[in-house]
Design a binder for this molecule. Structure first.
Ligand SMILES: Nc1nc2c(ncn2[C@@H]2O[C@H](COP(=O)(O)OP(=O)(O)OP(=O)(O)O)[C@@H](O)[C@H]2O)c(=O)[nH]1
Length: 703
């Protein structure tokens, strides 16, 4: 059903009762007026008949038709009387008039059979006339012959039970009455129509007062609903309910607008913040590697297509680690911040300085020929060299090694530019640090570095072609004979020719190119599979399986969650898992390392601090790390039988470990001599090729 609009409904509401009322009243008053007119004609007809009948008595009685004709004529003087008919009791017509137009015309005496009571008039109603018949009674005429009391004979006394002398019949036309009744009907109809029109106009007018504001409100709400918050309602009128609605809606939409604006502002701020964070380094405020690569891409494009020449500098601080190690990361961060401010002062406005990571910076010198680039790089180098950083009593100086590569029409891609600049920087380091090296295509020094860079692709390929392997090496208890198997799982790569490659060949490249999380994930997934297969093959007594995790993975929330989820569903694995973290990785990511250790310890995992002693970090850090084992750096163990300092180091580390309630493990045990010394010192576990040569881990399930 189609819904009518509010305007129609209000109109209907006003008109319907008014119409019903008008019609009822019109009908009532019209009908009563019509009845009144009819009744008036009857009353008049009756009166004429009553008056005529006694006056005819003498004429009928005396047979004087002349008198009767006179009376008939006089009765016809009334405009509504159309016929008069006087007859004696036998029905003989004694006098008549106007019969031609009458219903009575042509009737014979007695044709009109009207019963009548004595003295009473009877009425017959025809469509166009009323016919009255009145008996003429015998009367005793008391004439005042002398005219003392009256001028005409008057008083008549009815004689009871006497038959009438005759009858007077008169016919009154209804034409005038019907005409008047029609006029009344017309007037009533006109009046009703006029009243209805007036009511409709009034209803329209009043309806407008209601519907127009409602329609305005509805229109505004519809627009607001569609998101147009500029809309405001404006109603003309007094302080009625509509004013309250108008104010309410306007206030509401203002609030909404305000909230919308605030939200929009917040979204803009958050978006700006996010895009800033996505393109900037939070520590120094410089642009980050991602944004730097975008700008480098633009510069490369302009070089390739417009023949411009730019220079890319790759800058790596020298010996920055010392600041971190001796004064902590906070101090290292502060140095990076301060140095950044100095570097920024040296660069030209059109140049781009970025922090690429750690202590590495990138500098893009646009529209800069080689000579100028070398000059600017030298300015940077000497500025860094002259920079002094003070922490408490200590003052540090750092250097910077800078690799430069020119960007011109021959340049290939952003990756190759960065690779070349990085290689040049490395060459500067290899040449003694704190110097500049300009990349040359035929640079033989760089060949080796470039080879290292190939690892990026080789590692990816090895994973894709399933050429990574797990090996295991046993760790033996030295002071007890307790049974049980302790192993460290080690990563190997099978190269394209089928040769087995040790991790030290590709791990530095993996660290440099941020591939460690990928490798750690592979190692962990495959270690889980291996241990599960070991248990499934009936293997028992696996007390410890140690796996190495890099610093990068400590900060990888996805990696931590993966470990937690897997270990939570395999509690036996968690009990025997020992995660090895290098001292440097733990110190570099101290808070992440602590969080990682504490979370996994809750599941029953153990932790070993690997290569301890190599980082020479403050022992203070060690106290904060909740580990179970100290693995003495193999570099000290290897030569300890012949080198007193190395021996002293091993003794010291072992002692410190024990003091802290930790078990100690010596790695790289390559001879019985070393083994015996370690036993004497009191080291708890030993590991090395002399103890057990690493084997493909698949054999573990077969032993
Ligand atoms: N304070 C601080 N240190 C960082 C940050 N990122 C990386 N590092 C440290 O920076 C050092 C960079 O190491 P390297 O560049 O290999 O060491 P280096 O002492 O500069 O030695 P060379 O580059 O070989 O001269 C490492 O110790 C990292 O832990 C950081 O955001 N803040």
């Amino acid at each position: 059903m189609m819904k009518s609009s509010i305007r129609h409904r209000v109109l209907l509401l006003a008109l319907l009762p008014a119409t019903l009322l008008a019609l009822s009243l019109g009908y009532f008053f019209t009908m009563s007026r019509i009845t009144d007119l009819d009744q008036a004609l009857r009353t008049r007809g009756m009166a004429i008949a009553r008056h005529l009948a006694p006056t005819c008595a003498y004429g009928v009685f005396s047979g004087n038709s002349q008198i009767l004709q006179g009376l008939a004529d006089s009765a016809l003087a009334d405009p509504d009387v159309i016929a008069v008919y006087i007859m004696n009791r036998t029905g003989k017509v004694l006098a008549s008039n106007g019969l031609k137009q009458s219903k009575l015309a042509g009737t014979q005496s007695g044709d009109i059979l009207l019963s009548s009571q004595k003295g009473m008039a009877t009425v017959a109603t025809q469509s166009s006339s009323l016919i009255f018949r009145m008996p003429i009674s015998q009367t005793e005429i008391q004439a005042d012959d002398y005219g003392f009391t009256s001028t005409s004979p008057s008083l008549v006394r009815q004689q009871d039970n006497a038959p009438p002398l005759g009858y007077v019949t008169i016919e009154l036309s209804r034409a005038t009455t019907v005409e008047r009744q029609n006029a009344v009907l017309r007037s009533a109809a006109l009046l009703t129509i006029a009243a209805l029109i007036a009511t409709a106009l009034l209803a329209l007018r009043l309806g407008r007062d209601i519907t127009v504001p409602i329609m305005k409100l509805a229109g505004a709400v519809e627009k607001i609903g569609k998101g147009n918050l500029e809309v405001r309602v404006q109603l003309d009128g007094n302080d009625d309910e509509f004013r309250i609605l108008e104010n309410g809606i306007n206030d509401m939409v203002s609030e909404l607008h305000q909230a919308h604006d605030n939200l929009h502002e917040q979204v803009l701020q958050a978006t700006a913040k996010l895009s800033y964070q996505a393109s900037h380094d939070m520590l120094t405020g410089l642009i980050n590697r991602r944004e730097f690569e975008v700008r480098l891409e633009r510069a490369l494009s302009s070089a390739q297509h417009q023949g411009r020449e730019h220079a890319l500098c790759y800058m790596d601080l020298d010996q920055f680690k010392i600041v971190n190690d001796s004064c902590g990361h906070v101090a290292g961060d502060e140095l990076l911040r301060q140095l950044t401010l100095h570097l920024q002062q040296e660069v030209r406005e059109r140049d781009t300085l970025a922090r690429l990571g750690g202590d590495e910076f990138g500098l893009l010198l646009e529209n800069c020929p080689q000579g100028k680039a070398l000059m600017l790089a030298e300015t940077m180098r000497s500025m860094v060299q002259n920079f002094r950083f003070g922490v408490g009593e200590k003052t540090f100086m750092v250097g910077v090694s800078i690799g430069i590569v020119m960007i011109n029409q021959e340049s290939d891609s952003v990756v190759s530019l960065l690779t070349a600049a990085d290689a040049a920087c490395y060459a500067a380091k290899d040449n003694g640090r704190n110097r500049i090296h300009l990349y040359q295509m035929q640079d033989s020094e760089l060949a080796r570095r470039r080879g290292e860079m190939q690892w990026f692709n080789r590692i990816h390929q090895a994973i894709a072609e399933n050429r990574l392997r797990l090996y295991f090496q046993q760790i033996k208890p030295l002071q007890t004979n307790e049974p049980g198997l302790h192993v460290e799982l080690l990563l190997r790569m099978i190269d394209e020719t089928g040769q087995c490659i040790l991790p030290m060949a590709f791990i530095p490249a993996a660290e440099r190119y941020h591939l460690m999380p990928l490798l750690d994930r592979w190692v962990m997934e495959n270690s889980f599979k291996l241990c599960e297969a070991y248990v499934a093959s009936g293997g028992s007594g696996l007390q410890t399986w140690a796996v190495n995790v890099s610093g990068a993975s400590l900060c990888d929330i996805g990696f931590v969650q993966y470990l937690k989820a897997h270990l939570a569903t395999h509690p036996a694995l968690a009990q025997s898992l020992c995660i090895e973290i290098t001292e440097t990785a733990a110190i570099t990511n101290l808070s992440a390392a602590n969080a990682f250790i504490n979370e996994l310890k809750l599941l029953g995992c153990r932790f070993a601090l690997d290569d301890f002693g190599s980082g020479l970090s403050s022992l203070n850090y060690l106290k904060n790390l909740n580990v179970d084992y100290l693995k003495i750096d193999g570099a000290f163990v290897k030569e300890m039988a012949d080198d007193a300092i190395d021996l002293a180091m091993v003794e010291a580390i072992n002692k410190i470990g024990h003091q802290m309630g930790l078990l100690t493990i010596a790695e790289f045990v390559d001879s019985e001599r070393v083994l015996l010394i370690l036993k004497e010192i009191g080291v708890d576990f030993v590991q090395g090729n002399w103890i057990h040569m690493p084997e493909n881990a698949e054999t573990l399930c077969k032993t």
